[in-house]
Ligand binder design. Sequence first.
Ligand SMILES: NC(=O)c1ccc[n+]([C@@H]2O[C@H](COP(=O)([O-])OP(=O)(O)OC[C@H]3O[C@@H](n4cnc5c(N)ncnc54)[C@H](O)[C@@H]3O)[C@@H](O)[C@H]2O)c1
Length: 413
Amino acid sequence: MNRSRGYRAFSKSALQDTEQALHGHFEVNYDYPVVFTDHLFDPENPCLHRQLTAQHGASASVLMFADEQLLQSAPALLKQIEGYFATHAADLRLLAAPIAVPAGELSKNPQALQQLYADMLRHGLDRHCYVLALGGGAVLDAVGYASATFHRGIRLIRIPSTVLAQNDAGIGVKNGINAFGQKNLLGAFYPATAVINDFQLLTHLSRRDQIAGLAEAVKVALIKDAAFFQWIEQQADALAHFDHPASRYAIRRCAELHLEHITGAGDPFERGNGRPLDYGHWAAHKLENLSGHRLRHGEAVAVGMALDGFYANAKGLLSDADSDRVLRLLRKLGFCLCPPELMLKDVQGRSQVLLGLEEFRQHLGGQLSIPMLKRIGESVDLHEIDTTLMEQALLRLTGCSNPVPGLSQGCTP
Ligand SMILES: NC(=O)c1ccc[n+]([C@@H]2O[C@H](COP(=O)([O-])OP(=O)(O)OC[C@H]3O[C@@H](n4cnc5c(N)ncnc54)[C@H](O)[C@@H]3O)[C@@H](O)[C@H]2O)c1
């Protein structure tokens, strides 16, 4: 047998097959409302019933997971929820009393995820059922990830219960948990069927969490909307005291800007490299981990924005005046910009927070892309960071060498 001739013949037909590749193509549209309301579980409030019955005529089966801390802070809530579903028993079926999920970041780990799957299995969830995720950004991330992966996807309605979740985390399409010591290492892009923001839930938050969520409003204003930034500056005192009209507007505008970017910038599943919404986040993620999640996400983002503001200023991108405005506003809102985690070194004497740059590069999939401010309202992506300049920015921040006259540093112990 002439092996080389046989090989040539095979190779030619294989080449033809390669040239005529099969082609798979389909498009999936996502369409979800972000509703703003008050007293969601008042039986007279139509928002939730409308969303649960919008897609099919038959009765909807519902399993609700709720943030443990929220249930403790709002003891009347469980009864309200049960009363709500009892009133709508004709077409809504609550499969069990709301299931408490560990508060905050404690929900975003593999053990807590296993428990969510076990609960879903125990209550016989299938893909026609709804999961209601009621909680802060952490609980939404964890329950969202469980919903995205259980039976390859259960219908999900998010009911964000923190400022940060209503203006940012609950609006988008990302879900996930922390694993192997890394923030959001495991996750899925999985849009909810609907997002329902109930302002009244926020009245149960500690003042600390009412303020922490404002960091994302400052962030999105800084990268996209100079007029909104100026409005936040004018309303800073009211916002720092969680004045309701000011807070409502800040949350809604921030949510609107996030939603516009996620759904309108053409890359909802983040296949490209540009991530303007991650302004200040490379350092924030590292700081959250270094603090063992003592720092809230929003608090860490505030520090990350201040650090990157100093870097952009040193790099000649951001003017002194704009850099001062950023710092002044963050402090006026009550953020501590010098947490002790900024000072941590590894055994080789390297700044631990700066190691977050490399982790962020890996998280992005190879090429570094860090949004930096050019001016208030506009950012640019940098693909290289000058570590010496970043170290200087860090020193400037930890030395707090640029205090705002007349204002405390806003640090809580
Ligand atoms: N998926 C996304 O697009 C996205 C975006 C931004 C942030 N995140 C994630 O969101 C998380 C941060 O979210 P967060 O700031 O809402 O913090 P969080 O979820 O940790 O909640 C903060 C604290 O408030 C408690 N809480 C929640 N609702 C309450 C209420 N109404 N009353 C009283 N206490 C309440 C929680 O139990 C927790 O102790 C982080 O894990 C972050 O990575 C995700």
